[in-house]
Ligand binder design. Structure first.
Ligand SMILES: [Fe+2]
Length: 352
């Protein structure tokens, strides 16, 4: 219900306005004859419109009255009534008290009613907008609070997950190292080989800017690359002389045996494929499937190179270790046939 408050001592005007409002708005306005009383009424109930008669008081008091309403009840619409009082500076009141509309008392009362209707509509929309804004602010503040709580929870979960991943990763690498050492135990001369190959492979993967996951896969594959040797007899593995064709054929089974072992481990298939392909040559002359170029996984191309370097530079049953420089020359010589030339360039850059 919209309350209309009219402040005037003009009985004739009061009567004509009362009838017009009752007729058109089907409501009764509240009347008072003083500004003081009007302020008291406004303090007790919400009024959508206050119509104040400027002829009641001086200019200063008019300004004070409307300003006070503006400050205390900013949404209440203010209409100034003017008569023939020449002592009142209407422009000054309007400018100082932000009057919504001005009505000349001699005009038709129905025109004032139209003005009141317009004021009520403005009041209602302002009131509704304010209410919505308050609701939105409350909802926003509630959402912000919920967001903050969610962020806190998420941050704790991420930290927990990072901790679990880090623990798992450390445990996983340790288990894989233990597995590769078990294989190397069959051949004392290869002790530490897989770990050295893994160190070089990881270094190359990092230098290539590969992601953490890709680098980890390559490191694991490097540690496990010769795991298939577990299925090769020690007489072949440790033979101090050149292998026969048959022995070589058996030896060349180790990537396939390794692949079959690793596919049963809970690893990404990339690791098993890399183990399978670590003896493939860039030109297709390798084994077991004669793959070429980039059909060989990047991890397998890296491990193939690191494996060859470590094999050349360490003691083996069938050869004495090569000097670092000679090994590098051999690798350079085989760039494009055994090894990926781009990786050879990177390897030289890292090892010089
Ligand atoms: Fe191998």
């Amino acid at each position: 219900m919209n309350t209309i408050l009219i402040v005037t001592a003009d009985t004739h005007f009061k009567n004509k306005v009362f009838r017009a409002i009752q007729k058109k708005l089907n409501t009764e306005p509240a009347f008072t004859e003083s500004f003081e009383d009007a302020i008291r009424i406004l303090s007790q109930k919400t009024c959508s419109v206050v119509v104040g008669d400027s002829e009641l008081y001086s200019n200063t008091l008019n300004i004070q009255f409307f300003r006070q309403i503006k400050q205390l009840w900013p949404k209440t619409m203010r209409i100034l009534l003017i008569g023939d009082n020449k002592n009142v500076d209407i422009i000054e009141i309007i400018n100082h008290a932000e009057i919504f509309r001005v009505f000349e008392k001699k005009s038709q009362a129905l025109e004032l009613v139209d003005m009141i209707i317009e004021s009520i509509e403005t009041f209602s929309s302002t009131f509704y907008a304010h209410k919505m804004s308050k609701l939105l602010r409350m909802e926003n503040s509630q959402l912000n609070m919920e967001n903050h709580l969610l962020e806190q929870r998420l941050s704790t979960q991420v930290k927990d997950t990072e901790q679990i991943n880090s623990t798992l990763s450390t445990t996983l690498i340790s288990s894989v190292k233990a597995l590769s050492e078990a294989v190397e135990a069959k051949d004392p001369l290869t002790h530490g080989h897989s770990e050295r190959v893994a160190i070089i492979s990881k270094e190359m993967a990092s230098a290539l800017g590969l992601s953490g996951d890709e680098t980890a896969y390559i490191e694991i594959a490097a540690l496990l690359h010769d795991i298939g040797k577990i299925g090769i007899s020690e007489s072949i593995l440790n033979k101090p002389s050149m292998l026969t064709q048959v022995e070589m054929a058996i030896m060349q089974q180790h990537p396939i045996i390794g692949y079959n072992i690793v596919t049963h481990l809970p690893f990404d298939t990339y690791i098993a494929n890399t183990v399978l392909q670590h003896h493939e040559n860039f030109d297709g002359s390798g084994y077991p499937h004669h793959l070429t170029g980039h059909a060989i996984t990047l991890g397998a191309r890296i491990i193939h190179l690191a494996d060859a370097y470590d094999t050349m530079t360490t003691v083996r049953p069938y050869h004495t270790p090569l000097e670092h420089a000679f090994a590098l020359e051999e690798i350079k010589r085989k760039a494009g046939c055994h090894f990926d030339p781009e990786l050879v360039a990177l390897f030289i850059e890292l090892k010089y």
